[in-house]
Structures are given as structure tokens and as C-alpha cells.
Design a protein around this ligand. Structure first.
Ligand code: PA5
Length: 441
């Protein structure tokens, strides 16, 4: 269940202002759900209602194979080809990175160009039996391309021709250099539907293969996405959380607020914030328009950015993403909470008022106190309340944010599916490397 609350954003998001936006909202919702609009770019929209059972079986079989052949999976990708998988594994399997305590380890590479990081990863992998999952829709992105060939060569040194059985490729099923290479080498492949762009692709094998390898029940993620799909189809401002969220942030934008900071309180949501940031930043930041998407992890960032938020230049509003309130399993009625998370009685004088309280109690109080303080500091606040079992909630949240992002792009008058600004740096980088002005051994 996802609920958007706008009470903390008064007077900017008033009933009257929302009413004035209504015809634009109807037009945006109509355009989003009209199959003839943006044809070939909106595969993500119908994805949760379609039957892809054969594909999911293949994803699950591939995940089982990877888990039987390897003891760590390295996902190689950048942007939309890794952020969703990272968000999902971090939210649903916190601590499943290489040094984690439980779950099948899934780590990420190919999302930057640090030589030191890659060499450190290779050192870590020396004591393990790795598999590579290479994800690239275009099959020609520099960062994952470089990391893939370096990691592949390392695997070939170790396993010889059998290295082939440890390499899995997720890419466009019809085109691209990576696809051709994978066919030639005989790597097992999974498709990225051609009509689903990178940052909208987490619910395809892009996110679902790494998730299934990490032990996440992807069918439940799909159930949640389907629920999101049902809610976001409605043309009813108060029953469709995507319309309300898109409308509220658009009204704030129109009234001069420049930065939207997504606020989370649970460390396991940190990577989700990065996924959200890419989705909105790359989809809406163009033609001199768009809110700057930032994120804060409270209470950590209250001791750094909290000062600016409370008293600095008035340019940002907060969107608090409250995911199911608590971080730990809740005790059943009549049961006591886990005593290890209860502050003992024999504390110092300054902490006496905390005695007997759980960490979760402190977290809840912190959320309420921060909202009150920032409100008094003149910070508009939106609140997204998300409740339900983790896997389903992840799917529901993904669909909700994707729908809100596309709607917001239409309200702004930009194409939410292209990224011409990213292409500019890629062209310049390639030109430098081709002319030899980009270094070399
Ligand atoms: O959202 C997008 O389209 C981008 O962020 C891409 O996902 C990113 O540039 C990686 O592209 P590719 O999957 O082609 O390697």
C-alpha cells in the first residue's frame, strides 16, 4: 500500500492549486496510458500485467545454475543497468555484499572507472568461485565494457575455456556488440525488452536475475508491481498515488522550489534512493528544466546536512519515504521486543530518559521530531507511506515511481525516456580515446 500525503506542503500544494492543475494531470495520465503515444518506449508500463512466465522460469533456472556453479555473482553494469538490481538486493537482502553475514553474495562492478577498485575486487574474487552477470542494453557502454573484458580475462586465466560457463549476459535480444560477442562465445543470454529503457528496466531480467541469484522471490516482486500497475491506472487524484505525487512535486517546482530531497531512515533504502535519483534526474533534467533530485539518509545526515536543511538557503523540499516504519520484525501482540535492542536501565545520567526504549521507538520519535522541526524551518514536506511485505513493496514502489516520473516528464514538457546529455559526455570520451589523448599503457 502506497499513500502520498501533502499536508506538510501547505500552502504550496493546496486543494485549490491541485484543482487548477487537474486538466494537465488528466492530459498527462491520458498520454501515459495511450498505447499510441511514445510507442516503442513504454514497454515498462504494460510489463506487470503481461504474462512472462516462460521468461521468469528461465531467470529462475539461470539463477539456480549460477548459485550451483559459483559462490559470488559479480553484476557488471552502469546506470539503469545496475542501480535497480542494487536497490533491490540492498533493500531485501541487506548485508548480502561480499562480506555479508547471510544470503548469496552479489557484488557490483563496471559502474565507475577506478583501477584500484577493480584490482581490489579481483583480489577478493581470487579466494572465491565467481560468476559474471554482464548487463548492458546497448552493449557498447564504456565502463561496463572495460570491466567485463578485464574480469573475463581474469576468469579465463583461472578456468581456461570453462570460464565461458561462468559468464551470463543480459542485453538486447536483437542487436548490439555485446549480444554478438555473447553469441560467438556461447554465453548464456537473457533479454532486455527493446521497448524498455535502462532506468525503467529493473523489473526485467536486468534487476530480476541478480535478485533471483541473491535469493529474492521475484514472483512476489511481480505481484507488487502488478498492484502498483492497478493503482496507477486510475484517473483519480486521491486514489492514484503516482498522480498525486507527480502533481505535488510539480506544483512545488512551479513555485520556485529547485531541489527535491528524498529522505529515508533505513540504511537498506540508501541504494533505492540512488535508483530514484537516476530515474528522476535522467528522465526530467533536460532543456533547462526539472527538479534536482537529492537524497538524505537520516538520522546520519541530520548531523551534516540537517543544518542546511533547517536554516540554509530556502531551495529544497523533502519527500519522506517511510517504508513500513520499522527496520526489525515487530513483536506479536503480548510478546516483548528483542531485548538486545532495548536501552538498559544502568545508563549514564544524560541517557537516563532513553532507558527501556527500543531503537525503533527512537527512530519513530526522530521522524516525527525532524518533520516538525523542518516544517518550522520552512521546508515543504511530502510523505510517501509504503506498507506491506518487502518483496511486494519493492515492486509496487518501482512501478509507482516510474509512473510518477513519466507523468512528471509530461507535465514539464520533456521526453522522460531519452538522455541526450549523457550521450554528450560519452561521445567526447570516445573521441579522446580514439585520438590517443586519453592516456594509454
Ligand atoms: O537509463 C538509461 O538509459 C541509462 O542510465 C543506461 O541504463 C546506462 O547508460 C547504461 O546503458 P547500457 O545498458 O546500454 O550499458
Amino acid at each position: 500500500m502506497i499513500r502520498v500525503q501533502v499536508d506538510g506542503a501547505q500552502p504550496w500544494v493546496s486543494g485549490e492549486a491541485l484543482g487548477r492543475l487537474m486538466s494537465q494531470l488528466e492530459a498527462a495520465q491520458g498520454r501515459l496510458w495511450d498505447p499510441k503515444e511514445d510507442e516503442g518506449k513504454k514497454g515498462w508500463l504494460t510489463w506487470p500485467e503481461e504474462d512472462h512466465d516462460g521468461l521468469w522460469q528461465e531467470v529462475e533456472e539461470t539463477a539456480t545454475e549460477i548459485r550451483s556453479r559459483a559462490d559470488v555473482a559479480v553484476v557488471v553494469g552502469i546506470g539503469g543497468s545496475y542501480l535497480g538490481a542494487r536497490a533491490m538486493t540492498a533493500m531485501l537482502r541487506p548485508g548480502s555484499e561480499i562480506s555479508g553475514f547471510w544470503g548469496f553474495p552479489v557484488v557490483f562492478a563496471g559502474y565507475q572507472l577506478s583501477e584500484g577498485e577493480l584490482l581490489r575486487l579481483m583480489d577478493d574474487l581470487d579466494d572465491r568461485e565467481p560468476a559474471l552477470i554482464v548487463v548492458s542494453k546497448s552493449g557498447s557502454t564504456l565502463e561496463p565494457g572495460a570491466a567485463f573484458h578485464l574480469l573475463r580475462t581474469n576468469l579465463e586465466r583461472r578456468y581456461g575455456p570453462q570460464a565461458r560457463e561462468r559468464i551470463y549476459v543480459v542485453t538486447d535480444p536483437e542487436r548490439g556488440a555485446l549480444r554478438e560477442y555473447a553469441v560467438e562465445k556461447g554465453y548464456r543470454r537473457l533479454p532486455i525488452p527493446p521497448d524498455i529503457g535502462g532506468r525503467y528496466s529493473v523489473l526485467t531480467p536486468v534487476g530480476m536475475l541478480p535478485a533471483a541469484v541473491a535469493g529474492i522471490d521475484i514472483r512476489r516482486v511481480l505481484t507488487g508491481a502488478r498492484r502498483g500497475w492497478e493503482d496507477c491506472r486510475r484517473l483519480d487524484l486521491w486514489a492514484n498515488p503516482a498522480i498525486l505525487y507527480a502533481a505535488a512535486r510539480h506544483l512545488l517546482y512551479l513555485q520556485g522550489w529547485m531541489v527535491e530531497a528524498l529522505v529515508t531512515y533505513e540504511p537498506r533504502m540508501a541504494d533505492f534512493s540512488r535508483w530514484w535519483q537516476q530515474l528522476f534526474g535522467e528522465s526530467q533534467g533536460k532543456e533547462g528544466r526539472g527538479l534536482f533530485p537529492a537524497f538524505f539518509h537520516y538520522t546520519t545526515d541530520l548531523h551534516s546536512m540537517g543544518q542546511f536543511v533547517q536554516q540554509g538557503r530556502r531551495l529544497l523540499f523533502e519527500t519522506v519515504l517511510d517504508v513500513d516504519g520499522a527496520s526489525a520484525p515487530q513483536p506479536a501482540a503480548g510478546e516483548s521486543p528483542d531485548p538486545r535492542a532495548v536501552i538498559p536501565d544502568d545508563v549514564d545520567a544524560a541517557s537516563a530518559y532513553l532507558a527501556g526504549k527500543r531503537l525503533d521507538d527512537l527512530q519513530e520519535a526522530a521522524m516525527a521530531a525532524v518533520m516538525e522541526a523542518h516544517r518550522e524551518g520552512g521546508v515543504p514536506q511530502l510523505r510517501i507511506e509504503a506498507k506491506g511485505p518487502g518483496e511486494e513493496l519493492f515492486g509496487e514502489l518501482v512501478f509507482f515511481f516510474e509512473a510518477a516520473c513519466a507523468l512528471g516528464g509530461y507535465l514539464l514538457g520533456v521526453d522522460p525516456y531519452d538522455q541526450p546529455g549523457v550521450e554528450a559526455y560519452k561521445r567526447k570520451l570516445k573521441a579522446r580515446l580514439l585520438t590517443g589523448s586519453g592516456g594509454g599503457a
